[in-house]
Design a protein around this ligand. Sequence first.
Ligand code: SF4
Length: 495
Amino acid sequence: MGKTLLQKVWDLHTVRQLSTGQTQLFIGLHLVHEVTSPQAFDMLRSRGWRVLFPDRTFATVDHIVPTLDQHRPFLDVLAEQMIASLERNCREYGIPLYNIDSGSQGIVHVIGPELGLTQPGLTIACGDSHTSTHGAFGAVAYGVGTSQVRDVLASQCLALEPVKVRRIKVNGSLPSGVYAKDVILEIIRRLGVKGGVGYAYEYAGDTIERMTMDERMTICNMSVEGGARVGYINPDATTFTYLEGRPFAPQGEAFERARRWWTSMASDPNAVFDDEVVLQAAEIEPTVTWGINPGQSIGISERIPSPSAPDEMAPRTEAPDFKNLPDAAFPRREGERASIAEALEFMDFRSGQPIAGTRIDVAFIGSCTNSRLSDLREAARIAKGQRVASHVKALVVPGSQSIRAAAEREGLDRIFIDAGFEWRGAGCSMCLAMNPDRLEGRQICASSSNRNFKGRQGSPTGRTLLMSPAMVAAAAIAGEVIDVRTVLQPVGATR
Ligand code: SF4
C-alpha cells in the first residue's frame, strides 16, 4: 500500500513513540519571531540550556513592527523592547536574524519560502498558527505555542499527536476574478472551521496543480482556519522552479539530488486517504466572510444566511462528498445556528441581506495569506487609474522587504499611492493589530488577511470581511463590497 507525503515525512522524522501516544518528531526548520519567543528564551536561560541547533533556527521581526516609521528606536516602547529582546537572544544563541536593516525582513511565513529555507519533505515549526503556509512546498509544518517554541529551541523536537489525512481535490478552471483565497474560503465554508480537527489536509486536483507557489501558499496558510493544523501540496516542477537559485536552496548538483528526493516524498499514486472531498472550481465565485469566523462566508451573489435555516440563503453549502468523515468532526448544522445568530448581532447584519453593497471604512491588503508580489499585482490591476473612496482608509502592506522592493521596481507603489492607498513597510500590520495599524470602534474592514474573529484587527467591536486582495482593492475604490469581476482590467494593465 502506498504512503501519503505526511506519512513519509512523519516516519522519517520520528525519534520515538511516547507513552502518551504522541510521537517525538524531529524538526528540520524552526522559524522564530519577536512575539512568541521572548518567554521561550527566558525559560531556556533559566535552566541553563542552549539552543541545540542554531543552524536550523532562523528569526525575523514581523508581528509588532510598525509599518509607517521603522526608524529605531520605535515609538512603541513594547515593540522596541520585544525586538531588542529578540536581537539579544539571537546574538547570545547564535541565531541568524532577518532584522529591519537586513533588506530581507518580513512576515515569517513569507520570508521562509523567499529565502529557500522552506523545502519539501521538511518538518517545520514556528510560534504562529499560520505555519501551515509552508505546506505549500510539501513540508509538514506546525504552528506551536510558546512552551513548544522552548521545546524546539532546546531539543529540536516536538511531541505531536498522529493525524489522519483528508485529500481535498479541486478540479477544473477557476473563473476570472476567482482566486486561491476564494478557493480556501469555500473549502472552509463547506467543511466548517472544525472540520479539519485531527486531520492534515492534502490539497490536490488539477486546479491546485496549476496554481503558482504564491497561490498554493494562500491555500495552505488557511488550513488552520478549517481546523487542520497541517495542510500541504505535493511538490512538483512548480515547487522546484520556485526554489532553484534561492539563497538556502541546494545549489548545482546538490539541487538535482534534492529534486530527486523531493519528488520521492510526494504521496504515492496508490496512497490511501482517511477521507476525500471533491470541489469543482467552476462553482466558486468571489467569496466574502460575513460573520465572525472564516467559515461564515458566502459568494458575492449570495445572501447572508439565517440561524433558523443556515443553508437556505446559501444554496451551495450542500454536504460535500465525504467518505469517512465522522459526525463528531462535522458539527456544522447544530453548532452553526447559535454561531450565525451571534455573528449577525455582532456584525449588525440581517438574514437575507446581500453582502454586496456593504459599506466599508478600511481596506487592508497584506498578511501572510495575501501580501506577495502576485497579490499586489492583482490589486494594482484594480487600483490603476482609480481613486480610493473618500471615506475609506486603505493600506497596502507588503509581506517582506524583498516584495516591497520588487513591487517598487514594477511601479506598483506608484499605482497604489496615486490611487490613495498608503504604501507601508513589511510586517503583519492589521492582520492582528499588534502595532498602531488598528481598526477603531465599529469600523468595517475589507481585509485580505485570514481571521475575522471579534477584536482581531485591534478594536473589540471592529468588523472584518475577509476576501481576496483584488476584492479588497475593488471595495476600497467603490467604498463598499462589490463583485471584482465587474471592474477587472485586462492582464498586463499594470506593466
Ligand atoms: S500576518 Fe497574521 S497570521 Fe500571518 S504571521 Fe503575521 S500575525 Fe500571524
